[in-house]
Ligand binder design. Structure first.
Ligand code: TYD
Length: 238
């Protein structure tokens, strides 16, 4: 996947029209939940309506963050411990936010990001067992106010997700996080669901075992509703 893929025109039209700034949607979930397929389908639907759509991912998404991605996913940072990994994810995220996400939102684009801070909360915070105050402080300085308007959590049974991830990667070896135990992936699933329960305004959970086209229809509907509700709020404040 290319890390930034702008579509369409630079002005906001279609569902995104009438928004006073861009719209930021993050996709989260375990391995093999189908995030990239759903991001592509939503990007196509929104671009067809004339919105500028920026598709991006983490770790990575900007040249600086892509350099850090390699260090993280190769496992090179693993011996340095979870705190170091968390700080590296945060460094990558900060660069990504400032170089790509904030400018895109500033010019009114819809940004679709494959993983964002919820992945750090879950992978480093919960299963990495890092201190929650430390993680919250790191998150705050890293995103510096760039809060997602909507987070779509694709929920999948870890065994099924890992089966899909293995099928997708073929002969390539598992990355640093994929190769962990199913029990670890179960804890992550619970942690994502827990975030959704705590932040129902921002998060929506979708059953990722459904056929991709059914999921895509749900994603589109949810995105549309969230943009409408932001548009109504914006109109009140004009
Ligand atoms: P990636 O190859 O991008 O695939 P996918 O998102 O499809 O799993 O892998 C990114 C890995 O990095 C994934 O296992 C989750 C992990 N990760 C973290 O541990 N913390 C983070 O903050 C982020 C963004 C990702």
């Amino acid at each position: 996947m290319s890390f930034v893929r702008p579509h369409g025109r630079a002005t906001l039209q279609g569902w995104a029209s009438g928004l006073t700034r861009g719209f930021f949607i993050t996709f989260e979930g375990g391995e093999g939940a189908g995030k990239s397929t759903q991001i592509r389908l939503l990007a196509e639907a929104l671009a067809a309506e004339g919105s500028e759509v920026v598709v991006t991912r983490e770790p990575g998404g900007s040249p600086g963050a892509e350099a850090v991605r390699h260090v993280l996913l190769s496992g090179a940072a693993e011996p340095l411990g979870p705190t170091m990994e968390a700080i590296l994810f945060a460094a990558a995220r900060s660069d990504h936010v400032e170089q790509v996400i904030r400018p895109a939102l500033g010019r009114g684009a819809v940004v679709l990001c494959d993983r964002f801070f919820d992945s750090s909360r879950v992978y480093q915070g919960v299963t990495g067992e890092l201190d929650s105050n430390f993680m919250a402080a790191l998150e705050r300085v890293t995103i510096n106010g760039a809060m997602p308007d909507l987070t779509i959590i694709l929920d999948i049974d870890p065994q099924e997700g890992l089966r899909r991830a293995v099928a997708r990667r073929g002969e390539e070896s598992a990355d640093r996080f994929e190769k962990e135990t199913v029990d670890m992936h179960r804890r992550r699933r619970e942690a994502f669901l827990d975030i959704a329960r705590r932040e129902p305004e921002r998060c929506v959970v979708i059953d990722a075992s459904l056929p991709p086209e059914e999921i895509a229809a749900q994603v589109l509907e949810i995105a549309r509703r969230a943009m409408n509700s932001r548009r109504e709020k914006d109109a009140k404040h004009v």
